[in-house]
Design a protein around this ligand. Structure first.
Ligand SMILES: Nc1nc2c(ncn2[C@@H]2O[C@H](COP(=O)(O)OP(=O)(O)OP(=O)(O)O)[C@@H](O)[C@H]2O)c(=O)[nH]1
Ligand SMILES: [Zn+2]
Length: 395
């Protein structure tokens, strides 16, 4: 198959469907949640779940953003999406079902949600540019960046409507989500236990008047339907929030009874084991995808300046009017931030939160940069020593 043939092949099965996948926030939001138990396969015909063994790419999250990358891409035969990352292999979702890809040293690091190009032997060709990426500082003594999740459309920042609700924590999550270039949705759970929503909504509006906010009772199917409407048309969502706020409850509500779907796509690997058990990317009942990895639940703030600036856009705008370019917004004359606080346009809390989070990300980020610099120096040293050894040998 020539390159253009391949392109046309993908075009015929996906491009016609991708035009609507670039739906805006509002259209996604208003689209009704589908509760049917059938999904569409390549032919465009609705098929009962138990018969499904193929997906179309749009169901897996394919969009014009990825499609346009194919035009300038090298040889490939098919595309696949990473659905799980194991020690020695990636699990993939493809148009023809589920498969695995053995990890080799010469492959770039990839993560759940990534789109890959494969050759006719199902071998790795390239990873496509990501529309969004979550990464974090690796745990323990290592201070390297780990990839957590790629190509998400929405992140639900979950908080319950009780003592857990903490506006500073929500700001921290917002910075992370903005940094990853994903649209956040604030999901307030346990609405059934809350008498008055007003103070919560007001506090959130103070952060950003245009924030998307959903209030749900995770235990009530009717109530969680509002969330299903984000989870349509191959849109990929993930959850973040502290323990006990109701994330698992919502995950279960969104996935619904997908046991049929799981069994339909279950495949045996070369050793006869089922390969669906530890998948991190799940197809939801409403036609979207849910990305659930432990890493998403342990996100740290590092190298996150852009995300913070976006989260605190109002404050940043005031600060640009300060008399001194390096104003610390403390006692300086002509400080527009302090003036905004005095006028009631900004809260002191928000300034403190911004400064605290900026310090935190700088500290975490610096250690990563330092580690990189150290690694560089170390490898230079090794090269020098090896070079010297070689010269010594020859001599
Ligand atoms: N009343 C009420 N209870 C809820 C709601 N959502 C979750 N719960 C309950 O809250 C408890 C914690 O919910 P989980 O879904 O396990 O919370 P989680 O965020 O997944 O917690 P971790 O697994 O520790 O991260 C469970 O007992 C749920 O039944 C809700 O909207 N209303
Ligand atoms: Zn200032």
């Amino acid at each position: 198959m020539t390159k253009s043939n391949r392109f046309n092949h993908l075009k015929s099965s996906t491009l016609s469907r991708t035009t609507s996948s670039a739906s805006t926030c509002s259209s996604s939001k208003s689209s009704a949640a589908s509760s049917t138990t059938s999904i569409e396969i390549n032919s465009g015909v609705s098929t009962p779940l138990e018969n499904v063994s193929l997906y179309n790419l749009k169901q897996l999250g394919w969009s014009p953003f990825f499609q346009q990358q194919l035009i300038e891409t090298q040889e490939y035969a098919s595309v696949a999406r990473v659905s799980a990352h194991h020690r020695s292999q990636y699990q993939l979702l493809t148009e023809s079902g589920e498969s695995t890809l053995t990890i080799h040293q010469n492959m770039p690091e990839m993560t759940v949600g990534d789109w890959l190009l494969l050759d006719s032997q199902q071998q790795f060709v390239a990873v496509l540019e990501r529309s969004a990426l979550f990464s974090r500082k690796a745990a323990g003594s290592k201070v390297e960046q780990q990839l957590i999740a790629a190509n998400l459309d929405w992140v639900f920042i979950v908080s319950s409507l009780n003592d857990d609700f903490n506006i500073n924590r929500i700001e921290r999550y917002l910075a992370l989500v903005h940094e990853a270039k994903v649209t956040p949705v604030i999901v307030l759970t346990k609405v059934d236990l809350c008498d008055d929503l007003t103070p919560y909504i007001e506090a959130l509006r103070e952060l950003d008047a245009s924030l998307l906010i959903e209030t749900v009772n995770g235990l009530d199917e009717q109530s969680t339907r509002a969330l299903s409407s984000y989870c349509v048309d191959g849109k990929t969502v993930a959850f973040i929030g502290s323990s006990g706020v109701g994330k698992s409850t919502l995950v279960n509500a969104l996935l619904g009874d997908t046991s049929q779907l799981t069994s339909a796509i279950r495949q045996d690997d070369s050793k006869g084991r089922h390969t669906t058990t530890s998948r991190s990317l799940h197809l939801t009942q409403s036609g979207g995808l849910l990305l659930d990895t432990p890493g998403m639940r342990e996100l740290q703030l590092a190298d996150c300046e852009e995300g913070l600036n976006e989260t605190f856009a109002d404050l940043v705008e005031y600060s640009q009017q300060c008399r001194f370019i390096d104003c610390q917004h403390e006692q300086e004359p002509g400080c527009a931030v302090q003036a905004a606080i005095e006028n009631g346009q900004l809260t002191e809390r928000r300034l403190q939160s911004f400064q605290k989070l900026m310090r935190e990300q700088a500290l975490n980020g610096a250690s990563i940069a330092e580690k990189r610099a150290k690694d560089k120096n170390l490898s230079k040293m090794y090269k020098r020593v090896q070079g010297e050894a070689r010269v010594h040998k020859r001599g």
